[in-house]
Design a protein around this ligand. Sequence first.
Ligand code: GLN
Length: 470
Amino acid sequence: MMKSPIPDYLRRVLEKARPFDSGEPASYIDVLAKADTSRSAVAVATVDGSVYSAGDDDVEFSIQSISKPFVYALAIQDQGLDRVLEKVGVEPSGDAFNRLSLEAGTNRPMNPMINAGAVAAHALVVSIDATMEQRVDRIVEALSRLAGRQLHVDEAVYEAELKDANRNIGIAYMLKAAGMITCDPQEAVRGYIRQCSINVNVRDLAMMAATLGNGGLHPVSGDRIMPQESVRQVLSVMTTCGMYNSSGDWIASVGIPAKSGVSGGIIGALPGQLGLAVFSPRLDERGNSVRGVAMCKQLSRDMGFHMMDMSQIAGASVRSWTATVAGGSKQPNACQEDVVVFELRGAVRFAGAERLTRAITAEMDKIRASCESSSGTGVQPHVCAVLFSFRNTYSLNDVARRLIHENIRRLANMTNVVVIDPSGVLKLPVNQALDQGLGFQQPRVFKTQAEARHYIGGIGCRVVSNEDSI
Ligand code: GLN
């Protein structure tokens, strides 16, 4: 059997990062300070659920700050975005992750990726009067669903961090004084530290990140884990604040929404494409894994992952042609007629739908011109239908769908419009009311080409043009 070249490539990325041996593991949590610094791993999970990895991909480490974006998503889910925004801002702080700071004017912690905002977000999970156990249970359960396996709190890491948690306790009292949390500050910190002590490996993290990359749908189970709107909120905050005070450098050089943690992990989530995770314990002075950053830079460069690259845009393509059909047995006038076909390929957004709009206008103008020169008014007599094929359309976003609906509505007042849409991307109401003698006002939607052909030319209808088919 042929082996995929991707794991080999990931091994090369890992080996290239190995010589980067500056930095130290986090020193303020003694279990982390003793981490084996030779450990390194990388994993990539696609939004349709393939996971590739290399290195120490089954070694577990505590999730630490990588829990923050997921707990922020839970807070949004449990309280609604507006209430979360009253307690946690979305401005990059440019400060260290453990800075005692609040936003001037609002008194909110600057963002949910620094500790102050993360403790406030933690305290919003479940409800403001929930117990620590309830919050931690909900978080462990949610992270386990994301990872696709049961995760556990590492008690040794928890105890170690709790021993020296004065800074986070200071942050929690500051939040309490500012009215940003209502629960006991010590309890908020204990819950937050338990959340940070959940053990994961890079494959778990890549899958969790891929769920963010997949708009909140789990790549393997297909379950909706988070609503699309909270994923967008989370990814936006990861983009501007995920790497603390190196967020600007990170987004310019790597270009992937990301989050790092003091145990040496980093995740990245590229919308519509993948999630990635890296791990190695030595940290730079800003608390980001040295080898991890090197691996992410390499991956982004080699694989074209930068989100500002042009390649993200031109996903759609439009083809149009005219096919000639000969009517089948049930077609009263079994002569040859033309069908104008538009085919749309790819993941279509405004730019692709606009391209289709131009193709329709140009094609219909051509037909009208030739009509006017032959018979006077109306559509050319031997164009019996305009057919839209969405067989190769992967997805339509909302604006693309609305634009195409409007084009179809306008065309349907002029001619017979037929749609082939096997997976329902267009979401047109399927053949609700037929034209009822009012002319061609309802497009007909079919799942297969054969059904569309039979509708256009009657049972037995054939495509006789050799150029392209329907
Ligand atoms: N538990 C850690 C802390 O609060 C998390 C920080 C991090 O991973 N950057 O200090």
